[in-house]
Design a protein around this ligand. Structure first.
Ligand SMILES: NC(=O)c1ccc[n+]([C@@H]2O[C@H](COP(=O)([O-])OP(=O)(O)OC[C@H]3O[C@@H](n4cnc5c(N)ncnc54)[C@H](O)[C@@H]3O)[C@@H](O)[C@H]2O)c1
Length: 254
């Protein structure tokens, strides 16, 4: 799919790996400029070099822990100062608490409460932080797209990931709808993209879908690029499940 993001500026988190990195490459290949942020400086620096090898000076890297509003505000303000505008924000950083924090304890009640706090903060609160940090800038320029990243796990739950499921579910939808309502009169759209299993790591191949496979990161990023682009200009306030039909796969023996 070919997009034209010439003159557009994006700010994202979780840019050092997975879909954040794939998005950064595609966005810059399509003419855009980007502030890539992540909590991991080493992998971020490498990722920014990779993206700048596509077009030198198109990407800046900034370390940001999305649990801290001041750090989110700082990357958004940096982009506005450096490039004069911010058109798209995408908080990619996130993941299931048990995997991300290496928790192996099987009993819910024995898992420290901080593990679930982490999940709500990184997966949900950060999306609101991005919206809040950029809203004034988009309002002033009278345009912008707020992308949220959900998950099919928000719809189907998961006994090992209650924090993740909670953070990617109803609250995320409510935030998406509210930001779409708030933004409409300022020409700001808001769309939540909720993937099923994506091959950002090999283990995702074990998660079943109706189509019999996990998505490639590119398949999901293509959709994100579409909703963020002018081609997707009439979409707002929706939660798009890109899950190969997993949410309607009642018979998982097939
Ligand atoms: N991969 C999947 O199968 C899948 C499915 C559904 C939804 N998602 C969602 O898509 C998003 C991206 O997933 P992915 O698999 O591409 O990611 P990933 O696991 O490859 O990368 C996540 C990145 O977030 C960064 N990060 C972690 N904590 C952070 C923090 N506090 N502040 C800033 N950065 C932090 C990590 O360093 C890492 O670079 C996540 O929100 C995830 O929940 C992924």
């Amino acid at each position: 799919m070919v997009f034209d993001f010439s003159g557009k500026v994006a700010v994202i988190s979780g840019a050092a790996s997975g879909m954040g990195l794939v998005f950064s490459k595609r966005f810059v290949e399509s003419g855009g400029r980007i502030v890539m942020s992540d909590i991991n400086k080493e992998t971020l620096d490498k990722a920014v070099d990779e993206v700048n090898s596509i077009r030198e000076g198109a990407a800046y890297g900034m370390v940001c822990d999305v649990r801290k509003y001041d750090e989110v505000k700082a990357i958004v303000d940096f982009a506005a100062k450096k490039f004069g505008r911010v058109d798209i924000t995408i908080p990619f950083a996130g993941g299931a608490e048990t995997r991300m924090l290496g928790v192996t304890e099987p009993d819910f009640e024995k898992i420290p409460i901080e593990v679930f706090d982490w999940s709500i903060d990184v997966n949900l609160r950060s999306q609101l932080y991005f919206d809040h940090a950029v809203f004034g800038i988009m309002k002033e320029q009278r345009s912008g797209v707020l992308i949220h990243i959900g998950s099919v796990t928000g719809a189907e739950g998961g006994p090992n990931v209650p924090g993740y499921s909670a953070s990617k579910s109803g609250a995320m939808n409510g935030l998406t709808v509210s930001m779409a309502q708030l933004g409409a009169k300022h020409n700001i759209r808001c769309v939540c993209v909720s993937p099923g299993p994506v091959m950002t790591r090999a283990s995702m191949a074990n998660m079943k879908t109706l189509l019999g496979r996990a998505a490639s990161p590119e398949e999901v990023v293509n959709a994100i690029l579409y909703y963020a682009s002018e081609d997707g200009s009439f979409y707002t306030g929706i939660n798009v499940l890109i899950d190969g039909g997993r949410h309607i796969m009642w018979d998982r023996s097939i």
